[in-house]
Design a protein around this ligand. Structure first.
Ligand code: SAH
Length: 264
């Protein structure tokens, strides 16, 4: 059967065995592990994951045109789920700590990462995420304050996750070739992180700040707080700074104050 890659589903299939091995090994999986692969496509990465003999391997693939192929290729070695990862309720899968892999569809890669960050440990657990992004998105995830790529995604990702860059990957490792470089990242849940009542508040706040990232922080503070001066004093903020100059910790503190105030 001939597969014609669908651009709308971000289909860039891996064709380089060395890269696939590297992705697979970055998960450090062993035989006790439960694995989830997002967007297995034609199953190139899946082939290598199976060799690690995990307890269980779940595949979530949106393209119904690939489901028959995956079932045939892997028979009863995997559980193929024909769903959209953004809509699928992951907590129904298992109570076991998952290792999650994905050469992610680039158009929704940051939404997929965000979905994992929103889960509480009580709802659903994972021990590692091994994800491939467009380099430009990975750079935003990795960025720290006072740099140009710093923003919502950097603040949100490192709130709960330790992030390690494994490597950049050349377009020639994929078919069809993407126009840009890709980057492989590994995420592990932090043991300690600031607890919010609702993680959506952190997204909301950083949204307000970075919607106008060239403006001084005075404006977003005015939008968020009835008495912004109180917040400025409490956190000792310089209101002439721009959002990109505030550390991640400062945003977490702003979010804590915001949550305290909206509750009143
Ligand atoms: N892992 C494969 C394919 C990666 S391309 C490889 O490396 O060769 C991205 C894959 O994600 C495609 O198979 C695409 O159909 C799938 N995909 C796209 N959107 C999806 C979604 N919302 N939910 C689940 N899978 C999706």
């Amino acid at each position: 059967m001939k597969i014609i890659p669908k651009k709308s589903l971000g289909q860039n299939f891996l064709v380089d065995d060395n890269v696939v091995k590297k992705i697979c090994n970055s998960g450090c999986i062993n035989e006790e592990d439960y694995i989830l692969e997002i967007g297995p496509g034609t199953g190139k990465l899946t082939e290598f994951l199976i060799l690690k003999k995990p307890q269980k391997l779940y595949l979530i693939e949106k393209d119904s045109g690939l489901i028959g192929l995956l079932n045939k290729k892997f028979k009863n070695k995997v559980e193929v789920i024909n769903e959209d990862i953004l809509k699928f309720e992951l907590k129904v899968l298992t109570n076991n700590n998952l290792v999650v892999f994905g050469n992610l569809p680039y158009n929704i890669s940051s939404q997929i990462l965000t979905k994992f960050i929103h889960y509480n440990k009580e709802e659903f657990q994972y021990k590692k995420l091994v994800f491939m992004f467009q380099k430009e998105v990975a750079d935003r995830i990795l960025a720290d304050y006072n740099t140009k790529n710093y923003g919502r995604l950097s603040i949100f990702s490192s709130w709960k996750l330790n992030i390690e860059k494994i490597m950049d990957i050349d377009p020639s490792s994929f078919f069809p070739k993407p126009k840009v470089l890709s980057t492989l990242l590994v995420f592990e849940p932090k043991k300690q992180f600031v607890k919010f009542k609702n993680s959506r508040n952190l997204e909301y706040i950083t949204n307000i700040f970075f919607n106008q990232k060239r403006k001084m922080i005075k404006k977003p503070l005015n939008i968020l707080f009835k008495d912004p001066n109180k917040v400025v004093k409490e956190l000792n903020l310089n209101i002439n700074l721009r959002p990109q100059n505030l550390t991640k910790d400062t945003f977490y503190k702003i979010c804590l104050i915001y949550e305290k105030l909206i509750q009143q």
